[in-house]
Design a protein around this ligand. Structure first.
Ligand SMILES: [Zn+2]
Length: 646
């Protein structure tokens, strides 16, 4: 996840020491628990304008119309709030919202002010409070270019008949369509009524308490999340979406054209939930469904509660990429249940989910496959550490300092170093002890924000228990607060990829095409392609293409690894496959590095990139175009057109 840089500092408010509205176990009118606001300095979120210790949101009620003609979502957001005695104002996050008016629970207008807009953080929305204000109702519309929302034309969907809307809230995008306090440390329960054009289906990241109805030619859908969640976990998708059950509490949603392939690919989902429960403890969210989005979805998956959003690029036809589902499911504990209080501790969400993803893969598909994915993860970690700029010694720490952000643009440190840290603890204390602690950790921090310091305190209290020899072996602070890879890192067996590494040597020295390719797993193919020398003769690339038809690969990861190698070698026969890949899906993990590599090669790659980007851009989500547009700033590209794509 790409994060904006630090701007505001709200320390003075966060350290006010007010406890009047942090009741740990208190309940609000809706029945939902109110999650505490942390008061330590490392829990102060510099990506929000909110001052939650002055006044905070506890529950959010949305009543919204989805307008595909104007590309706006509009209606009301009613916020149940708590404020400390004497508080004059509540500050919310707003990015480009058009606000028509704000009133209190008695429908009396409340004065408000939208502050200066920062390009990344948006604006503070300060609403005046009266002593008795307990609810504020905001009447508003999102802007047509809201950063969280992507509006697809029918031509950009698999079915080609209806338009499609999807939202992506993480990390701080939701303030572009929901006026609330947009910080992972300020948990809110929520409910929504969503009106969509007739014939369309709305899904959200919450249970649907009643069947949708049709009213005045519109479909009306209700959702209700009784658990307090971070605001980035609120998600919406609207389109021609159908459902198929996969098990008693699991199912898949997708466009009808995609549904059969999706249901086959993700048929192990129910088993994954059971495997995750063995590891983490009970699944607390009720249903677990996956929504397969049109190919524009910018991420592999997004762990929206109850409803993982997934890219269709993980449908390979052989379940070889379903570890992405295991990863998003694991976030039902690490991330959604216990949530990083600020984005400086993103590893608590991502590192733990990556660790658990591979435990789930091991439970379903065996130790060998898990070891292969761990070994590929260590390759990724080594690459990320090697890529860290020399002048940023803290760039590869788990607990990040906002000043060091940007050093690890891909976020791989949080995922892979975090996962390696947990695997190392497991190796040192033994699996039974580690698993016991992990279950307890999620119980102790369920539905609450956590920081690195809280994680370390918990592990010391409940696992290390004052054992100085164990404390020494674990190197806990070294892992969290220092750069690089500590010397005690647990590694998978050294021979995990023995055959592939041998094949790399044979190919590099005498262009011997590997005979075992046909029986290799996806991970083995990736190891081979990624370990090949980056400079190869054209004849060697010809041999790979003619033997394995890599230009036509249906496996998006293998296809990407091949395209990356071919681009590094200016291999002309790859260009049609490359352009098809870049214009047929919008997953940032694939399209951003390919475009960047092309653009950096002025003589060969840049002309291809300039030709391809205007066509590809129409498919991309704003989070991807924001990363790529600056590269093409000297070669302006057309804006995404509402209905002009092929
Ligand atoms: Zn994740």
């Amino acid at each position: 996840m790409r994060l904006p840089t630090r701007l505001a500092c709200l320390g003075a408010f966060a350290l006010c020491g007010c406890h009047s509205h942090q009741p740990g176990a208190a309940r609000q009118a809706s029945g939902a628990a109110v999650a505490p606001i942390l008061t330590t300095s490392d829990a102060v979120d510099d990506q929000t304008y909110a001052r939650p210790l002055e006044a905070r949101v506890t529950h959010l009620t949305l009543d919204l119309d989805v307008d595909f003609d104007t590309h706006r979502i509009g209606g009301t957001a009613a916020l149940d709030i708590r404020h400390r005695p004497g508080a004059k104002v509540i500050v919310l996050d707003d990015n480009g919202l058009e606000i028509d008016g704000i009133a209190d629970q008695h429908r009396k207008a409340l004065p408000f002010k939208v502050g200066a807009r920062d390009p990344k953080l948006g604006s503070p929305l300060a609403v005046a409070l009266r002593p008795d204000t307990s609810r504020i109702v905001i009447t508003y519309k999102s802007a047509p270019d809201a950063g969280a929302l992507q509006w697809l034309t029918p031509q950009q969907t698999a079915g080609g008949k209806m338009p499609f809307l999807l939202s992506q809230g993480e990390a701080i995008e939701n303030r572009s369509w929901i006026p609330t306090q947009d910080s992972p440390g300020i948990r809110q329960s929520w409910e929504a009524t969503i009106r969509v054009p007739a014939g369309m289906t709305a899904v959200m990241s919450a249970p649907r308490p009643e069947q949708p109805i049709t009213e005045g030619g519109e479909g009306v859908f209700n959702f209700r999340m009784d658990h307090p969640v971070a605001s980035y976990m609120i998600a919406l998708a609207v389109g021609d979406i159908a459902f198929r059950s996969l098990g008693p509490r699991t199912g898949v949603w997708a466009e009808p054209a995609t549904l059969p392939a999706a249901a086959a690919e993700f048929s192990d989902t129910e088993k994954m939930v059971s495997a995750a429960e063995k590891l983490y403890g009970p699944y607390r969210w009720g249903r677990y469904d996956v929504l397969v989005l049109p190919p524009s979805f910018p991420f592999g998956g997004m762990e929206n509660p109850n409803m993982t959003f997934l890219t269709p690029t993980v449908i390979a036809g052989d379940k070889s990429l379903v570890n992405v589902v295991a990863h998003e499911l694991a976030h039902s504990w690490s991330g959604n249940l216990a949530t990083n209080a600020t984005w400086n501790d993103g590893w608590l969400n991502e590192g733990m989910a990556t660790y658990a993803e591979r435990r789930i893969v091991e439970a379903l598909y065996g130790e060998k496959q898990a070891d292969e994915q761990i070994a590929l993860g260590i390759d990724t970690l080594n690459d990320a550490i090697a890529a860290a700029p020399a002048g940023s010694p803290n760039a590869t720490r788990l607990h990040t300092n906002p000043k060091d952000k940007g050093a690890d643009d891909s976020g791989e440190i949080a995922y892979e170093k975090g996962s390696a840290f947990l695997r190392t603890i497991e190796a040192i204390v033994g699996r039974p002890a580690f698993d016991g602690w992990l279950k307890g950790y999620f119980n102790r921090h369920a539905f609450q924000p956590v920081t690195s310091a809280m994680f370390l305190a918990d592990i010391r209290q409940n696992l290390v228990k004052g054992d100085p020899a164990l404390e020494n072996k674990l190197m806990l602070d070294r892992w969290v607060y220092q750069s690089g890879i500590p010397t005690n890192m647990a590694r998978p067996p050294a021979d995990t990829f023995a055959d592939q590494d041998k094949a790399v040597r044979a190919f590099a020295t005498r262009s011997a095409v590997p005979g075992g390719w046909g029986s290799w797993t996806t991970d083995e193919r990736l190891r081979f392609l990624n370990r090949l020398p980056r400079k190869l003769p054209t004849s060697a690339l010809d041999a790979l293409q003619s033997s394995f038809r890599l230009n036509e690969s249906r496996n998006s990861e293998v296809r990407f690894a091949w395209l990356d190698l071919a681009v590094a070698n200016r291999y002309d026969p790859v260009v049609p496959s490359l352009q098809q890949f870049l214009t047929s899906q919008g997953r940032g993990k694939f399209v951003e590095p390919l475009f960047k590599r092309l653009a950096a090669d002025a003589a060969w790659g840049a002309p291809i990139a300039r030709r391809t980007y205007p066509l590809a851009r129409r498919r991309y989500h704003p989070v991807v175009t924001r990363a790529l547009d600056p590269i093409f700033v000297d070669n302006p590209t057309p804006k995404a057109s509402k209905n002009g794509s092929k």
